[in-house]
Design a protein around this ligand. Structure first.
Ligand SMILES: O=c1ccn([C@H]2C[C@H](O)[C@@H](CO)O2)c(=O)[nH]1
Ligand SMILES: [Zn+2]
Length: 137
């Protein structure tokens, strides 16, 4: 699948975003190694911090279906520059993505910028740090 195709599947989710508070729809789509795609949109709540970003909705859909073999992720918003995942989403990506898993970010123009979680979240706290601090190898 070309990155433009995955981005179109992310864009499709802008209409499904539940954003009565921010009025800032975000769409995401993840291609799995199997070829399956999981799509996500941001879902907000009257209790603001309970809201969940589009990227995490898509990632959690995959994991909850028993699939953790992530191949690439696309995210889009109606922004001037390619939308950049928030810190919480970066931490979740660091949990499941390979350091070099492609992450495509797009703006209203559809202009795509490509990055990786290694670049978005260097020196991330990982399961290896957790285990070493618990006295395990
Ligand atoms: O990469 C991002 C950035 C923000 N949001 C959501 C969170 C909230 O619903 C709204 C405004 O921050 O956009 C995402 O879904 N993904
Ligand atoms: Zn986020």
């Amino acid at each position: 699948m070309k990155r433009e195709e995955l981005m179109n599947l992310a864009k499709e989710m802008l209409d499904k975003a539940y954003v009565p508070y921010s009025k800032f729809p975000v769409g995401a789509a993840i291609l799995m190694k199997s070829g399956k795609v999981y799509q996500g949109c941001n879902i907000e709540n009257a209790a603001y911090p309970v809201s969940c970003c589009a990227e995490r909705v898509a990632i959690f859909k995959a994991v909850s279906e028993g699939d953790k073999d992530f191949d690439q992720l696309a995210v889009i918003a109606n922004t001037d520059r390619p939308v950049s995942p928030c810190g919480s989403c970066r931490q979740v990506m660091a949990e499941f993505f390979s350091p070099d898993t492609p992450i495509y970010m797009a703006s209203r123009t559809g202009e795509i910028e490509e990055t990786t979680i290694e670049k978005l979240l260097p020196y991330s706290f990982t399961t290896a740090d957790l285990r070493s601090g618990q006295g395990e190898k």
